[in-house]
Design a protein around this ligand. Sequence first.
Ligand SMILES: Nc1ncnc2c1ncn2[C@@H]1O[C@H](COP(=O)(O)OP(=O)(O)O)[C@@H](O)[C@H]1O
Ligand SMILES: [Mg+2]
Length: 392
Amino acid sequence: MDLVEFQGKQLFARNGVPVPAAGSVCRTVDEIVAAAEEHLGGGASAVVVKAQVKTGGRGKAGGVKLATTVDEAREHAESILGLDIKGHVVNVVYVEPASDIAEEYYLSVMHDRVNKGHLVICSREGGVEIEEVNRTNPDAVVKRPLLPADTVDGLSPATATEIVTEAELPAEVRDAAAGLLVALFNAYRAEDATLAEINPLIRTTDDRVLALDAKVSLDGSAAFRHDGYEEWKIDGIDADDPLEAEAKAKGIQYVKLDGNVGVLGNGAGLVMATLDVVAQNGGRAANFLDVGGGASADAMAESLALVLKDPSVKSVFVNIFGGITRGEDVANGVIEATKRLGDFPQTLVVRLDGTNAAEGRRLLEEAALANVVAAATMQDAAAKAVELAGQA
Ligand SMILES: Nc1ncnc2c1ncn2[C@@H]1O[C@H](COP(=O)(O)OP(=O)(O)O)[C@@H](O)[C@H]1O
Ligand SMILES: [Mg+2]
């Protein structure tokens, strides 16, 4: 799950990563005005009105604005609330005291799947898109892969110092930045994050370093280890995909994707291979659904019902390899599901192999269902499902 900026900063703060003085989370112009009054009255020279949406480049899009008076804050409130930033409508705004910025840097820790470890990226050119800096001035971007074995006790201060030194952060803030990096790494690991990015990491005019922005992604698979994980979801920002929510409630492994070929298989490996073969045939999968090892008729029916509910699904590729799951159970599941669902416009392409596959195929043939076709191989099934999706 991705956090919005103010949540990322809360997560940083509770893990010892320095952030600016806490701001206010607002949903209306009046709330923004009241927050600006409070912070300006409390001694802040200015406040920053910041759109809370799960996309970057808010500043460029007019979603981050400085106000030195309450009237100015009101103007910004009016322009930012409801603003559409790359398809994300602003419903929540964070009003925080402005920081005195001397310089802007970049710092992040993320999963590094290629190296099966972590990656720290640090640059003295921050506040702009890091991809852009990497293109135009790659020497200014330090990328340090870390193996899990090297971080058993966290990120060592020595390594953190090496990284910020190599990135040529100024000597005056090097120690502070190294300390912040150690804390950032601890936060990333303690909270089971896959990404913890600070852009910009600022040097204040009095030589402190602070995380002025925060982009944090948490690993949903580790949610069970964290009390309060659900509380990161906030109204107006987190519209969960309704089908994903339904799947979760039913204990079905389902992920919504953006294509139109519904995919259902048994075993995560087979389902991933199915996505690949759909892509190889020029199609795009609408979802990932793993019915699990012992795909019973019931599980099969529930899973199919779920996939067919998605209006973008134009055909469904059911790919089952019977191991423990027997062919006749799969066939009965498909038959049962089609009965329960009544009329539906999509065609199911079923590829059945493995234990009692012949028996399963025979049951399907006998049932003579109008919108079910059997395919002999994975390749044939994929080609057929893609073709049907294209025609629909
Ligand atoms: N609290 C703040 N005080 C002063 N300037 C800020 C503050 N927050 C953001 N800014 C300025 O706005 C820019 C963009 O803000 P940021 O939070 O990074 O949003 P985004 O990356 O989505 O554009 C920052 O690089 C910084 O220059
Ligand atoms: Mg930023």
